[in-house]
Ligand binder design. Structure first.
Ligand code: HEM
Length: 405
């Protein structure tokens, strides 16, 4: 499949460290490094996190995603790995079991379900943005992007807002602990997230909800090959759903505000013609793809671009890099509205594990921009940007000055 003649490196694996997931980053540094690596070393290696491979090119990443016979998510699906935190469907399952969970989850992201959520998602966006606009400044990451998902999730999962905010807070601490490989904290926080998921399930068992209206209830009622889904896997699935979708929107949203601060002409164009916003969002998703540490593990020895990779050696799929690959996206480092092949971007992955939450994520991002642009006449960054860390790419802090419309 992804074998090719060049890119081979004869050095022993222990001497290879082309990609450094813990290096301090600026808004542009990781993309500069990935652009260089796509040319010089598209199959990179790092000694960090116990050692892992990293694929930088689009075709290599997609090749792995499509080859589910060779690559599994059941061993290691993210770099760094935390083996002790339990198995959580759907991500940690391969087909066919994977399908049992996805069929249930997918029913909650239909166009009809999204249309029902839409007015509230828009209202949450407006309500959370307005205080920053009234004040004339604020941190769009800290005060908005890190809060907004909790509100949307409370509505989506039929949870009290206090509980959803708690999940958001614990997830953020969990992600931060993973980044610095603080094993004991990761264990403790993961346990806490399991406890919360367990509590949500217990409440549903006590007070059942309509399984067509509530995802947790649908999983409790779910079956695979005529048997109920195992209780520990329902728990793992709820635990994954509650956390997964909270992380990416938080680090993604600030990137758009940085970009639009640096390109005031585009900011004015989108404000003047909001019908362009959905197309701009797709290009932002390509340009500022938030995941880079999602991984697969080969079930046998493989060769990718001449590089041998042993069975069971983790391979990070650097979506953040693949989406700027010039071989697929000409002038890939730059923003092009209405890019011809934008539908090829893999910000939401590809293949069986592609993101089920994409319609909700798109709605959250689009409404954020629509509300921010229509309620302001101008905004720009007025302080230091802070970056998130591997395995996410994006902003943790973006101070803005905003002028009301
Ligand atoms: C900007 C926002 C988001 C981005 C960029 C994103 C991206 C992704 C990507 C790249 C994957 C594939 C992982 C892999 O290949 O290993 C994925 C999977 C997943 N995402 Fe998202 N996601 C976002 C928001 C959400 C939301 C809002 C939800 C839920 C409400 C969600 C739920 C999931 C789940 C459950 C999976 C696992 C799917 C499976 O294994 O079949 N995501 N996401």
């Amino acid at each position: 499949m992804t074998d090719a003649a060049h890119g081979s490196d004869e050095r022993p694996v222990e001497d290879r460290h082309e990609i450094d997931p813990v290096a301090p980053e600026t808004f542009t540094s990781a993309h500069e490094a990935y652009q260089e690596l796509r040319g010089s070393c598209p199959v990179a290696h790092s000694q960090t996190y116990g050692g892992f491979w990293a694929l930088l090119r689009y075709d290599d990443v997609v090749g792995v995603l499509r080859d589910i016979d060779t690559y599994t998510t059941s061993v290691q699906n993210v770099v760094p790995k935390f083996a002790f935190t339990g198995r959580r469907p759907p991500l940690h399952f391969d087909p066919p079991e994977h399908g049992a969970y996805r069929r249930i989850i997918n029913r909650f992201f239909t166009a009809e379900k999204m249309a029902a959520l839409e007015p509230e998602v828009r209202r949450f966006a407006a309500d959370l943005l307005q205080p920053l606009i009234d004040r004339g400044d604020g941190d769009i990451s800290v005060e908005y992007a890190q809060k907004f998902p909790a509100h949307v999730f409370a509505r989506f999962f039929n949870l009290p807002i206090e509980l959803s905010e708690l999940i958001k807070q614990v997830s953020a601490e969990y992600v931060a602990a993973i980044q610095i490989v603080a094993d004991e904290d990761v264990k403790r926080l993961s346990r806490r997230l399991y406890d919360i998921a367990e509590e949500v399930i217990a409440q549903r068992r006590e007070n059942p909800m309509d399984a067509s209206e509530d995802l947790t209830s649908a999983l409790i009622a779910g079956e695979y090959e005529g048997e109920p889904l195992p209780a520990d896997m329902v728990l793992g699935c709820v635990r994954q759903l509650l956390v997964t979708g909270m992380v990416a929107p938080s680090v993604f949203i600030g990137n758009m505000f940085v970009h639009l601060s640096r390109d005031q002409q585009l900011q004015a164009q989108l404000r003047a013609d909001p019908s362009l916003i959905p197309a701009a969002v797709e290009e932002f998703l390509r340009l500022y793809t938030p995941y880079r540490g999602m991984a697969r593990t080969p079930r046998r020895d493989v060769t990718i671009r001449g590089q041998q990779i042993g069975k069971d050696e983790p391979i990070a799929l650097v979506y953040t890099s693949a989406n700027r690959d010039e071989a697929v996206f000409p002038d890939g480092e730059n923003f092009i509205l209405h890019r011809e092949n934008i539908s090829k971007h893999i910000a939401f992955g590809a293949g069986v594990h592609s993101c089920p939450g994409a319609p909700l994520a798109r709605m959250m991002i689009t409404h954020t921009l629509e509300e921010a642009l229509s309620r302001t006449s101008h905004f720009e960054v007025n302080g230091d940007i802070e970056m998130a860390h591997w395995a996410e790419w994006g902003t943790n802090s973006v101070p803005l000055q905003l002028a009301p419309a």
